[in-house]
Design a protein around this ligand. Sequence first.
Ligand code: N2P
Length: 357
Amino acid sequence: MKQLVQTFAAVLLAAFALMYLTSYLNASQGYTGGDTLTIYNWGDYIDPALIEEFEKETGMKVIYQTFDSNEAMMTKISQGGTTFDVAIPSEYAISKMKDDNLLLPLDPEKLPNRKYIDPRFLNLSFDPDNRYSIPYFWGTVGIIYNPELVGDLKFDSWNDLWDPSLRNQILLVDGAREVIGMGLNSLGYSLNDTDEGHLQETLAKLNQLTPNVKAIVGDEIKMLLANEEAAVGVVWSGDASEIMDDNDKLDYVVPEEGSNLWFDNMVIPKTADNVKGAHRFINFMLDPKHAAQNAEYVGYSTPNAEALKLLPEEISGDERFYPSEELTEKLEVYDNLGKRMLSHYNELFLQFKMFKK
Ligand code: N2P
């Protein structure tokens, strides 16, 4: 009998030790169970107070990680090994992630606040019926400039950037599609052009811009431009709006040859661990009150029609950041150019960066 009790105690002890070891290993490997939610978003792209509010409301713990380009985000998600419950890619990346089977379909019943999204931003070609994605922010790519430092230049053409008076005065956003796209547009080509001759011509033209380029930078572009460290920047519209909040001397313009119209959307990656929590977070962000608070904080344009009504008229009525449908029709959305061509754009961008150094 005594031996039986001893064996039982030893088995019990071993089971406890195993349980302890498993939970220790899970914790040290960043395991995310039902009450944590891992979000993968662009830098400077959410009001942190909303994360706190979400945590308080749901009791979930949010692990928040950031990326600075669609390319970096896709590489990390496709490599696996890390769990992300919600990510926020742009349209061409969503199309590619769908092709690569990296996304889970959304459950519309768990997203009642979807009804607040302006139908103009739903059902777009990269994700018909919004099976995998829900709009987060949208905007353009354009030029922010300090009128006091650029003479008569008005930047209604991308070609103004090549003006010799702008030596060492331009900051560029660190994005392959944006910089190659601006080069293509300056030559009158589509920013989805795949003709090798056009692409080489674009690279040669971008290389000629290098004397004017002070730096190619990430989110710090906002601080540098607001502090007048450079006279001109090629930026996403929402960053321009935020910079202009800090320095109202600056102005933002979308050149007439055309530019990019982009849409960033919330998705649930295939490797998600907390799918229920992911839906809860997406629905929370779609609440007009939260969407308006977020838009006001980050400076980007909300696709949420009810949230727009809650924003002050000086924001919602500003055509630079809420361009009319008529204006946006002239702009181009990035196509998913396929794996090979997207890598080629990245390589060309790297060559431009190397040439600049
Ligand atoms: C915010 C980045 C916005 C990305 N820092 C535009 N697609």
